[in-house]
Design a protein around this ligand. Structure first.
Ligand code: CA
Length: 329
């Protein structure tokens, strides 16, 4: 596969950690930077979580940038999906020197610089609220046209929400930024929605097999998922299972897998999309305009079917890290 230059924008919770590990094992990826945004937890925790993942995988050469701490509008809140610290509240050995390991440049400036230095070559994978991306296009209106492509985990297709009745977490955390990105980013855009992820869930037996691999990354993932309700088969019975049936879902991995290998996505809906900002119960909901009633010229690809065998293989491979500690094949 041809080499891909990649920037990952993340609110590093457990599924982001999994998705980042997937990116680290993609042999054709050159990761230029990881930009942090609030979301699953505070942006300070997000920075520490990304550093932790890079440390587990022995890839600390990848630069990490601190970005937005709050949404564009309204008060900030962060989710508790993956515990207060975003990684299951089980990590004891916090690094007191973490701030020294974060690049001085702000995440939004870093994105603009990297994309300007590598025009039409960068794939941007957005795994959190879209605040950094919205700020990037406001600072540099040409930012989207300098991107090769954009992958987003977020939004929904059928109005099924996971934080509110109708909105998906990443879009609900900063609806204005999601709106700005879906209106102003005219580059090829691929969206892994909440429903796409949940309808392509993997069996809990696979989850066990994934976590029980003999490698530091797998052991790390097993530890951070161990006390987290989002990875509990029982806790999901009255939540996600009501809409989608049982199964394990690593949300952000669906967007990352599409960037790693486009053939993981076997079907997409190509249409304009829009984010609802006013609705009293639907604020932050993504709407698919399949008959183009809104007369928007830009279409995005909303993923609809996934090759779960290929996805499973990418997930399995992603936890066999660090690479230099793996037995020769
Ligand atoms: Ca995320």
């Amino acid at each position: 596969m041809a080499e891909k230059l990649v920037i990952i924008d993340t609110d590093c919770g457990i599924d982001d950690a999994q998705a980042i590990m997937m990116a680290l094992t993609a042999p054709h990826f050159q990761i230029l930077g990881i930009t942090c945004v609030f979301g699953n937890t505070t942006v300070e925790n997000v920075c520490q979580n990304v550093l932790k993942v890079l440390s587990v995988c022995e890839r600390e050469e990848i630069p990490v940038f601190r970005g937005s701490a709050v949404p564009l509008v309204g008060i900030s809140s962060s989710g508790d999906h993956f515990g207060g610290d975003g990684l299951g509240d089980v990590i004891k050995d916090k690094d007191p020197q973490w701030e020294d390991k974060i690049s001085m440049e702000h995440a939004v400036n870093a994105m603009i610089r990297l994309v300007s230095e590598n025009q039409n070559q960068i794939s941007l994978v957005a795994l959190g609220p879209l605040t950094n991306l919205a700020l990037a296009v406001r600072l540099d209106p040409c930012f989207p046209q300098k991107l090769k492509e954009l992958y987003i985990m977020g939004g929904n297709m059928e109005g099924i929400g996971n934080v509110s009745l109708c909105a998906e977490f990443n879009f609900a955390m900063d609806p204005e930024s999601a709106y700005v990105v879906l209106e102003d980013f005219l580059c090829p855009t691929y969206i892994a929605s909440l429903e796409y992820s949940c309808r392509n869930s993997l069996p809990w037996e696979f989850f066990e097999e994934l976590m029980n691999q003999d490698a530091p990354a797998a052991r790390f993932m097993k530890t951070i998922t161990s006390k987290c309700w989002a990875y509990s088969k029982e806790a999901m019975k009255k939540r996600r299972d009501v809409h989608f049936g049982p199964g394990f879902v690593s949300y952000d991995s669906y967007a990352m897998a599409a960037c790693v290998d486009g053939s993981v996505v076997t079907e997409s809906i190509q249409c304009p999309v829009h984010v609802e900002l006013q609705g009293s119960i639907s604020r932050g909901m993504m709407v698919l305009d399949r008959t183009n009633k809104l007369k928007k010229s830009h279409c995005v690809y909303v993923m609809s079917k996934c090759d779960t065998t290929k996805l499973s293989q990418l997930l399995m491979e992603s936890l066999r890290q660090p690479r230099n500690k793996q037995p020769e094949k």
